[in-house]
Design a protein around this ligand. Structure first.
Ligand SMILES: [Mg+2]
Length: 305
């Protein structure tokens, strides 16, 4: 398995996780069907295999990175805005509030800060930035020191809360480590080490051990960014393969599409495109376009190697 396989695996894995989780979003775990009908049910009247805002924003990020040759905040916000104004089937609460302000001419970071101050930290640590950040980790796979600055900045375009920035940094560092071909135990350890002193860093480390067992993620705080990062990192370390990992994440209920999108990006970087379930890939909508966008990231992923 080479670097290109892992980059494409990560981006397609994100889309697969999103599509598998979408029909079960916001269900309690007990109400998620078992066995899980994967890519068999519609979502928002769209056909099975459709993806949601997680994949839409990840694709904006992937296209922006490859066309701009790296992270370009203004270009990315422009793509998010264009998508938002196209009236998508869904968009996260915080993202919607921020992009509405951006549409009126406000700067994204300032708008995100204003929304955060308006709403307060209790309801401002949603997973709307961590859910789509993985392509940044692919593009900067061999430049992890740059990720330490860029991943929190990416989050702050919509989610300025320190815990969201921490979650995004941990996930992008882990994706980068996997794309470099490092061993998964070492990858999760070094990602958690890198964020331990940051806001929410210790909580994230704890959650990686306990989400889905002693800590449920299907309650009122289900969209919490640290749940989504933790369940993804846990799946990456513990799953025997991509399919069983994603099935387990979705079975936990809560924000199933975003949780599985992050788990899918991480597991996809681990197993590569060749390790993704072929039957699932066949049913993924826009698969070929997503695949091409992922391939365009490969030269960036190799930069600095
Ligand atoms: Mg979604």
């Amino acid at each position: 398995m080479d670097l290109a396989d892992r980059v494409v695996g990560s981006v397609l894995g994100l889309a697969l996780g999103d599509a598998v989780g979408a029909p079960f979003e916001f269900l309690r775990a007990v109400n998620v069907p078992d066995p899980l009908p994967a890519l068999e049910l519609p979502w928002m009247d769209l056909p099975p295999g459709s993806t949601t805002d997680d994949t839409a924003m990840a694709r904006n990020l992937a296209r922006s990175l490859s066309e701009r040759g790296g992270f370009d905040a203004d270009d990315l916000v422009g793509r998010h805005l264009e998508w938002f104004l196209s009236d998508p089937a869904d968009a996260g609460t915080l993202t919607r509030r921020v992009l509405r302000r951006v549409a009126r001419g406000e700067d994204a970071e300032a708008a995100a800060r204003a929304v955060w101050e308006e709403r307060g930290p209790e309801v401002s640590a949603g997973n709307g930035s961590v859910m789509y950040c993985a392509p940044l980790g692919c593009a900067y796979a061999h430049r992890p020191r740059e990720l330490v600055e860029l991943a929190p900045r990416l989050s702050a375009l919509t989610h300025v809360d320190g815990r969201c920035r921490t979650a995004g940094l941990a996930v992008t560092l882990a994706v980068a480590g996997l794309v470099r071909g490092e061993e998964r135990e070492a990858v999760v350890r070094s990602a958690l080490d890198a964020v331990r002193e940051r806001e929410g860093g210790e909580e994230l480390e704890h959650l990686v051990d306990v989400v889905g067992s002693s800590r449920a993620i299907d309650g009122p705080d289900q969209g919490f960014c640290l749940f989504t990062a933790a369940v993804g990192l846990q799946a990456m370390v513990r799953s025997p393969d991509f399919e069983r990992g994603i099935r387990r994440v979705v079975s936990l209920g809560g924000d199933t599409d975003s949780n599985a999108a992050v788990a899918g990006a991480l597991l996809g970087a681990l197993v590569g495109e060749s390790g993704l379930p072929a039957a699932w890939l066949r049913r993924l909508r826009d698969r070929d376009a997503i695949r091409a966008e992922a391939e365009a990231l490969v030269p960036l992923a190799a930069t600095g190697s």
